[in-house]
Design a protein around this ligand. Sequence first.
Ligand code: CP
Ligand code: NVA
Length: 307
Amino acid sequence: MKRDFLAVTDFTSKEIKDVLTIAKVVKHMHRWGDDPKPLAGKHSALMFRKPSLRTRASFETGIRQLGANTLFFSDKEIGMGERESIHDVAKVMSRYFDLIVIRTYEHSEIVEFAKYCEVPVVNALTDLLHPCQIMGDIFTIMECKNRIDDVSIAYLGDGGNNVANSWVNLASRIPIDLRIGTTEDRQPDEKILENAKKNGASKITITDNPVEAVDNVDVIYTDVWASMGEKEKIQQRQEKLAKFQVNNELLSNAKDDVIFMHCLPAERGREVTDEVMDGEHSVVFEQAENRLHIQKAIILQLFGERF
Ligand code: CP
Ligand code: NVA
């Protein structure tokens, strides 16, 4: 049966650890100019309804490095759900392609697409989730800290977005100390949070106190305060979220070897200062690079390919 990757929770804990191991190997092989090509002869499609730099570039190059072809479709070309039903687009794409990567708005769109699609579907970001990002990020943490279990991570700012929700999903698979510093009206998705708390794998704390969130923490993470598709909301959020800005003063409450992470694109001067983005604790460009290696590993896991 084909497998999809729409949420971090589509993988078991063991599968997440396997994917991290595969990513380590493919990264190493890439450095030696020896990319494995187990997908030679396959064809993939990227269907993106929102802008992208990292996700598009890393999927396109990564898929080619694995030996397959890629074709990119913007929203204008397909008009999924408008020009043609999601069902019909999924059926047609299944006849041409071996893998589909989708970036869209409503999470229900990708779920419906995957239901009718006969080949693996990967979530390249929806309003609800950004699972490939968080897989890349935990890989970066593993590289920087030499472990993932029980790492303490403070996510600050917009606690209700796709990146925050995906951190909560990861917390239900890998034992971490996840602290979300946010306001009452920007909490993670209720269902996702309830599942992670019920599951009990991790310690999850939600606080409106940024200093409490970052106290002696291993990782400080932030994202924009208004995501794609809701940029007009920045004015109403700006004032309330201001205290969660990651600056040197806030950083000084964390461990001495804290790492600073941001999925990018960043709005410098808003959720994070230049001094932190460009400072000695920042690993934001390692994170960006690791999207390439982790996504190759995710794809190999979906195809059950080893080399
Ligand atoms: N982090 C991330 O997904 O970046 P893009 O939106 O540029 O793809
Ligand atoms: N939360 C951000 C992530 C961008 C990679 C957004 O959805 O715009």
